[in-house]
Design a binder for this molecule. Structure first.
Ligand SMILES: O=C(O)CCC(=O)C(=O)O
Length: 335
């Protein structure tokens, strides 16, 4: 797998060098929003839904993804965890509590898989018309899937490591405009406060990107689970309890996280971050985001060797795959 990834990244580097000599402007006309900021003109949303997202930064659509599709993704996840299939470029993550314990087999050991863009079974989720027709209301008609995850939140060991700290997803993304990025997050089962539902702070999508760091939790924190520095839990939050197939769409500046899983079972959700196909990359050097970029590059070097010549933008290009309309995003690295 490492060899294949190296070849792909080598190819990306080649393209990048060519682009450096001949930079392409990635920013074209923005989709029409008719005075709205966070949604684009499109008949899919009712006026009330559109206004709700504008005001709150998230929108839940009930029973959006059919059960049979979610069963297919659950089966695929189990196959991947058993290593019956190997997906190129996939990142498999373990909860810090599981990682430090005795050998745990298969699905029980995996807390999250990330970057399934090269697996056509799981990637189908990102292409479902049920999902994409809504995504278009936020990104506009040109859509790229940039970041994919299937989260298998484990029953908490008692150390509260299954919590996900309050954060803003934009912290991880070296591309803009933020208002043309949206996450779709689908419950693969009943998800409630007991098994660690999503928690959101309404209207925080109207704020700025805040500084993130590892929370100083006694029981430890999972790799890359950064949280907002000095986060104050006094802000009004909403617990999004959802049934299987329910899907929440949310803005990348919306402050959110999830609670500990106090049930005995694993809690599954599948998600994708979508971005406008004409979005542009930004230089995050010396910004709040430098910290995550360094950490990601360090991880890639650990996997592929210290001599790998790759940038943070290359990694995002590799992770991204077009789903609808025009795609300049996976080609352009520069504004
Ligand atoms: O599914 C969860 O528990 C939270 C996921 C999340 O917020 C993230 O991965 O950014």
């Amino acid at each position: 797998m490492a060899e294949r990834l190296k070849a792909v990244i080598g190819h990306l580097n080649y393209n990048l060098q060519n682009e450096k000599q001949n930079p392409v402007s990635a920013v074209s006309e923005l989709p029409v929003t008719s005075g709205f900021k966070y949604t684009v003109d499109n008949r899919k949303l009712t006026f009330q839904q559109r206004q709700f997202y504008e005001d709150n930064g998230f929108l839940v659509i009930k029973k959006l993804v059919p059960s049979d599709k979610l069963q297919k993704y659950r089966d695929r996840f189990a196959e991947i965890c058993r290593r019956d299939v190997v997906v190129p470029g996939l990142t498999v993550m373990r909860d810090i509590a599981i990682k430090n314990s005795e050998f745990v087999p298969g699905e029980q050991a995996v807390t999250k898989i990330q970057d399934f863009q090269n697996d056509d079974v799981l990637f189908e989720y990102c292409t479902l018309p049920e999902i994409i027709d809504y995504v278009e209301c936020f990104t506009g008609p040109d859509i790229v899937a940039a970041h994919t995850m299937l989260i298998n939140k484990p029953p908490d060991s008692g150390k509260l490591t299954s919590r996900h700290p309050m954060h803003q997803d934009l912290h991880y993304f070296p591309f803009r405009p933020a208002d043309r990025i949206v996450c779709s997050w689908t419950a693969m089962q009943t998800i409630n406060r007991e098994n660690g539902c999503l928690v959101v702070v309404p209207s925080t999508h109207k704020g700025q990107l805040l500084v993130h760091e590892y929370p100083k939790w006694e029981g430890g924190v999972n790799k890359m689970y950064h949280g907002i520095q000095n986060y104050s839990p006094s802000q009004h939050r909403v617990h999004l309890e959802m049934e299987e197939g329910d899907t929440v769409f949310f803005h990348p500046l919306l402050i959110h996280g999830s609670g500990a899983n106090r049930s005995k079972g694993f809690r599954k959700s599948i998600s994708c971050h979508f971005v406008w196909g004409k979005a542009h990359y930004i230089d995050i050097a010396d910004t709040e985001q430098q910290f995550i970029a360094d950490e990601v590059l360090e991880l890639v070097q650990k996997r592929l060797g210290p001599d790998i010549n790759i940038t943070f933008h290359d990694i995002w290009k590799y992770k991204s795959r077009k789903v609808r309309g025009e795609d300049q995003f996976t080609k352009n690295a520069y504004k």
